[in-house]
Design a protein around this ligand. Structure first.
Ligand SMILES: [Mn+2]
Length: 338
């Protein structure tokens, strides 16, 4: 089953029929032993969806585990509080919030081959349709919104912990309900989820306000070294391995730094270049409405959302910068006089 992105629906993000199809799958014998895959450098959405789905499956009598390329970040420990690994041989594999098998990470490389993943539930317009079945809603602010609609549609009584997982996922993927991708349904879901016993203000403090000393140090460094281009319409920050090591913070703490370049007034495209390994860089692009970040990253084989996207570029830092800035020039519509 291949479902197209739904972009102009009111009420249900996915059609009720599609969600009932999903129920048929999840309740089937085939789904007795489910392995749930989340994307590398995990965020609140992939983990929130993973642990919500896991709890739901266990609740309806299935066995389920959640795995990730890395150890689950401590930052999100409230999402896997009480989680334990079950013993079983997986009969069905589900990827959540994963647009491309490459995003699973090298430790999960064995799941990248064609035909291994049975089901993908996602909201990235760039989804590669790698799974046998894909439930994609590109309008959803977070993949968790699809799960929220699913639970509501089938009349499943969510636990407080599932509500916490879904709330966290929606809040984080919308930047606390302020990114362009925030649709009315995200607010409506959040309003409903707030009625469960979840400490939403504590979650939001942890996710958006509280920072470790290492994180503050990293911010200091990237801000003081920020580069400005094209009449300050483009800003660029670089996170090298040596900078990250010098801050004494764990990898997950460097997430979200990509929003800093766009905090400068008048900037239309903010770029974060993060060193993965020698000569391998991860690019995170954030844009205002003038520029399509997903289109921008497609030039380098990446993708994502209209205001936030990413890609990987190989080369020395200088080469990568040069290639990226040439593309920025084009995106800003600057004529090259040479
Ligand atoms: Mn997501």
């Amino acid at each position: 089953m291949m479902l197209k992105a739904s972009n102009d629906r009111k009420g249900y993000l996915m059609e009720k029929q599609e969600l009932l199809e999903l129920r048929k799958i999840l309740e089937s014998r085939e789904c007795d032993n489910v392995l749930i895959l989340t994307h590398k450098s995990p965020d609140g959405d992939t983990l929130g969806c993973g642990f919500a789905l896991c709890e739901y499956l266990r609740d309806i009598g299935k066995k389920a585990n959640v795995i990730n390329n890395e150890n689950f970040p401590v930052r999100y420990n409230f999402l896997y509080d009480g989680y334990y690994v079950q013993e079983f041989e997986p009969s069905y594999i589900i990827a959540v919030d994963v647009a491309d098998t490459q995003l699973l990470g090298t430790h999960l490389a064995k799941y990248m081959e064609d035909g291994i993943i049975d089901l993908c539930i996602d909201h990235h317009i760039s989804n590669k349709f790698f799974a046998k079945s894909t439930f994609l809603d590109a309008r959803a602010s977070a993949a968790a919104l699809i799960f929220y609609e699913y639970f509501k549609t089938i009349g499943y009584k969510m636990s407080d912990h599932i509500a916490l997982c879904l709330y966290t996922a929606i809040a984080t993927d919308t930047g606390c309900f302020k990114y362009q991708n925030t649709i009315p349904e995200a607010h409506m879901a959040a309003a409903d989820l707030m009625q469960y016993d979840i400490n939403f203000s504590s979650i939001n403090h942890k996710m958006f306000d509280a920072k470790s000393r290492g994180r503050i140090k990293a911010e200091q460094q990237v801000i003081s070294n920020m580069e400005y281009y094209y009449e300050d319409k483009c800003t660029l920050i670089v996170l090298t391995q040596s900078l990250m090591n010098s801050c004494g913070a764990e990898p997950a703490e460097f997430e979200g730094l990509a929003s800093i370049p766009l905090e400068i007034e008048g900037v239309q495209i903010g770029i974060t270049i993060k060193e993965r390994h020698e000569n391998v860089f991860k690019l995170s692009v954030r844009t205002t409405e003038e520029i399509d970040a997903s289109k921008f990253c497609k030039n380098f084989g990446g993708g994502g959302h209209i205001r936030a996207a990413g890609c990987e570029i190989h080369g020395t830092l200088e080469e990568v910068k040069k290639r990226v800035l040439r593309e920025v020039e084009r995106a800003l519509g600057i004529k090259n006089e040479e």
